[in-house]
Design a protein around this ligand. Structure first.
Ligand code: PMV
Length: 336
């Protein structure tokens, strides 16, 4: 099945709708996986090998302003700069927007403002694609349900399927080949004291895009067969930890999940290694602090930056140990 078939199927009763609004704005938060998505069973539809679970990053994310234009082609601005249509990121965005023209002779202007570094393993594509889908939904007044919106966002980037909500989100793996059962769902439990700390080592774009790194891991890592088992275990432990607000269980499971994902990709060939020397130094410092009784864990995505996981009562101590940290309180915003 192709992406365009999925879009057609979801919009089949809404195809005739013309834009209801001249311009709309939609916000989607970025999200960080506590149990990671690493590996696709379908490359075209971004269908995952496993389920995954994330926490959204509150006011860190993307705002997309979308309108219909008189231009002869689509125009996309990212953080105020018009994208060079030939750059790989622009091509990806333009191909995505193109899916939604469905039988219509129209062009879009999209103005995407993102307040996190792009392509540095901070889920900028997740919030970007999710905010575009939300903007399209309100521009055309489709009134799609959350699972359909999540499926559409997934076609842009897998992790975008988890970026439609604030709070904890589970992306269900699904088993159908068309992916209509593979979408994100809000976990309604909240945890107001939970904090995420961004430790940005570099804002430079990653050397190996996650799509390529994932595929290389799936096809060449001798450890990959163990990954789905690890995810299934971690997922149920994390849900239990969230339910019982057991911070140590949550932190330990999330950190171990990230380290296992990186060990698996490091054993791919050619190896995929996202850490920089500073990443390792920070990890060692976190382990040392933990040995001294500090309740502090980390997770790492497809880049060298780390995200700390801790409770609000330790925020000042975290600031003292890591002066560069940017602290996010995912539940300080109203859950939308
Ligand atoms: O959605 P993508 O293709 O950017 O992949 C995201 C991969 C990780 O961030 C490493 C893990 C995850 O679940 O978000």
């Amino acid at each position: 099945m192709k992406k365009s078939d999925v879009v057609r199927q979801i919009l089949k009763d809404r195809d005739g709708l013309s834009p209801k609004n001249s311009a709309v704005t939609a916000y989607a938060p970025s999200n960080i996986a506590l149990c990671k998505y690493w590996g696709k069973r379908d490359q075209e539809l971004n269908l995952p090998v496993t389920s995954s679970l994330s926490i959204s990053l509150g006011d860190k994310g993307s705002t997309t302003e979308l309108s219909i234009s008189q231009n002869p082609h689509d125009v996309i601005f990212v953080n105020g700069r018009q994208m060079d249509a030939m750059s790989p990121f622009a091509k990806r965005l333009l191909a995505f927007v193109d899916l939604f023209r469905v039988n219509r002779d129209i062009n879009f202007v999209a103005n995407i403002q993102t307040n996190i570094p792009i392509g540095a393993g901070l889920a900028s594509s997740a919030c970007g694609f999710a905010s575009i889908v939300m903007a399209l939904n309100s521009l055309f007044a489709w009134e799609l349900n959350e699972s359909d919106l999540s499926i559409l966002a997934r076609l842009g980037s897998g992790s975008a399927s988890r970026s439609l909500w604030h709070g904890f989100v589970e992306w269900h793996v699904g088993e159908q080949s068309d992916g209509f059962d593979s979408y994100g769902e809000l976990i309604t439990e909240t945890w107001p004291e939970l904090c995420i700390g961004l430790l940005i080592i570099t804002e430079a774009e990653k050397e190996i895009p996650s799509r390529e790194a994932m595929q290389r891991t799936v096809t060449t890592s001798p450890l990959y067969s163990a990954w789905p088992l690890k995810v299934n275990q971690d997922l149920s432990v994390l849900k239990r930890a969230i339910h019982s607000q057991d911070f140590l269980l949550l932190g330990q499971t999330a950190e171990s999940n990230a380290l296992t994902m990186h060990a698996t990709m490091q054993s791919a060939w050619p190896p995929v290694f996202y850490a920089l020397p500073e990443t390792i130094t920070l990890m060692k410092k976190i382990w040392q602090l933990r040995n001294q009784g500090f309740m502090l864990y980390f997770t790492q995505d497809a880049g060298p930056n780390l995200k700390l996981i801790f409770l609000e009562k330790d925020a000042n101590a975290v600031r003292a140990e890591f002066p560069q940290v940017e602290i996010i309180k995912p539940f300080s915003l109203p859950v939308a």
